[in-house]
Design a protein around this ligand. Structure first.
Ligand code: MN
Length: 252
């Protein structure tokens, strides 16, 4: 089995090393990841500037591109053939609910799903500050193995990926894997305005996590309760209910 791995935290992150270790139990691993952190870069492709590939040896390649660029280059230029599986992560931080629209980690897996490859995104759920938290990537590694073992033989529907979030806990404290629907997370939308040393303003976007929508039981709940969440995501974002409503006004 040929496995292509990427992430959005960069090729030197702890999470991608843990993911590659787990993946080697299942097949031949190639890592193609951004040379620097590209978190929250979404599903961007670089079309207006050149991209570089840096061969790090032992099947590891860094690129100057986004996570989606890495899957694009990894399949078409580095492997020159389609892999059987795409893995992305293990992200330093959750990709729950609406995070999946901003996430570079999920985008790398989605780029695989667009090619109808079995694609997975894995993230370790913890809150900043990152430096103050002991990171339990060994727990995440354990559950990557468990989820791959249980799902690699499944036929994935067209253009579908699996998104998994692992609580940042010692292995013995995690209660197992739960299927969950995509939830909705809330963030503060403030902008911090500051001045640079030359008196010119610059801005930091807010984005402090404020909790999640409690009405529908979701991936956000599951991870808070100490389970690993597993959510199948589709590419088709059509709202079928509203589509039907609009059919009374427009031909379909
Ligand atoms: Mn990240």
């Amino acid at each position: 089995m040929r496995i292509l791995i990427s992430n959005d935290d960069g090729i030197d992150s702890e999470g991608i090393a843990a993911l590659a270790r787990a993946a080697r139990d299942f097949g031949e691993v190639t890592v193609v990841a951004p040379v620097r952190e590209r978190s929250t870069s979404g599903h961007s492709l670089t079309l207006h500037k050149p991209l570089r590939i840096y061969d790090r040896g032992n099947g590891r390649y860094a690129t100057s591109g986004s996570p989606a660029d890495c899957i694009y280059l990894g399949t078409r230029e580095i492997l020159k053939t389609l892999p059987d599986v795409i893995l992305s992560g293990i992200n330093h931080g959750a990709n729950l609910g609406t995070d999946v629209f901003y996430s570079g980690t999920v985008a790398a897996a989605r780029e695989g799903a667009l090619m109808n490859l079995k694609s997975y995104a894995f993230s370790l759920m913890f809150q900043p500050p990152f430096s103050a938290t002991p990171l339990h990537f060994s727990t995440a590694e354990h559950y990557v193995r468990e989820i791959l073992q249980a799902t690699l033989s499944e036929n994935f529907p067209a253009h579908t990926l699996l998104n998994s979030n692992i609580p940042n806990l010692p292995l013995a404290q995690v209660k197992g894997v739960r299927l969950a629907r995509q939830g909705f997370r809330f963030y503060s939308n403030d902008v911090a305005r500051r001045e640079d040393p030359r008196g010119k303003p610059y801005y930091w976007l807010g984005g402090n996590y404020l909790g999640f929508e409690k009405e529908t039981y979701s991936d956000c709940h599951v991870v808070e309760e100490g389970y690993v969440s597993l959510t199948p995501l589709t590419i088709d974002c059509t709202d079928n209910k509203f589509y039907t409503t609009l059919e009374s006004s427009f031909p379909s």
